[in-house]
Write a protein that binds this ligand. Structure first.
Ligand SMILES: CC(C)(COP(=O)(O)OP(=O)(O)OC[C@H]1O[C@@H](n2cnc3c(N)ncnc32)[C@H](O)[C@@H]1OP(=O)(O)O)[C@@H](O)C(=O)NCCC(=O)NCCS
Length: 171
């Protein structure tokens, strides 16, 4: 944690909208997953920059889940917010909704993702971020869930590093 003043979740919440075009499709005629991933990274990057007050880089992206296909003409809305902050990193939660161009019903949730961004200084070195202050029960719940993911990420990384170090020692 840092001694910077806290910032509420609301201060950096961001939404991007994009209408899918024929350039965005794969061979099946639905939107390419990579197009959605780019929008997710863009929205999460905007949140990380807003929250940390400067540049931030994608350190990891996990649990990107595609729930339903997106089609040409759909209006895609990407909603992103800071779920959790560490000393120099932030978990950003992203929800992707699609409003079907040919159906008059509310937008459908088509994907979700969790990304870790690290705030960096002018030399690309990690710099401290303000602690996020979740203000609603929903945001407090997201903070607790993000802490669980963080614990698992660190444990998985440590275990794999130890395993690789063991393989290197034994040649
Ligand atoms: C992300 C980066 C700045 C981390 O630098 P580092 O020297 O490894 O720094 P640290 O080990 O001190 O980690 C800094 C923070 O990032 C977090 N972090 C680093 N790698 C991570 C990973 N793979 N997953 C999740 N969090 C990670 C650390 O937990 C730490 O968070 P904390 O300060 O809140 O505890 C560095 O690896 C980097 O520049 N990567 C390339 C990023 C990039 O270019 N992204 C765009 C892709 S084209």
């Amino acid at each position: 944690m840092t001694d910077l003043p806290g910032k509420p979740t609301e201060a950096s919440r961001t939404a991007l909208s994009h209408i899918m075009s024929p350039n965005d499709v794969n061979l099946l005629g639905t939107v390419h997953g990579g197009v959605i991933m780019k929008l997710v990274d863009d929205a999460a990057g905007a949140v990380a920059g807003r929250h940390s007050g400067g540049p931030a880089v994608t350190a990891s992206m996990d649990e990107m889940v595609f729930l339903e296909p997106v089609r040409v003409g759909d209006l895609v809305q990407v909603h992103a917010q800071v779920n959790w902050t560490g000393r120099t990193s932030m978990e950003i939660g992203v929800r992707v909704m699609a409003e079907r161009w040919n159906e008059s019903r509310p937008a459908t949730r088509v994907a979700t993702a969790y990304l870790v961004f690290t705030a960096v200084d002018e030399n690309g070195k990690p710099r401290p971020v303000p602690p996020v202050v979740p203000e609603t029960d929903r945001d407090r719940g997201r903070y607790q869930e993000a802490q669980i993911r963080r614990t698992h990420r660190l444990a998985r990384r440590r275990e794999i590093q130890e395993l690789r170090a063991g393989h290197e020692r034994s040649g």
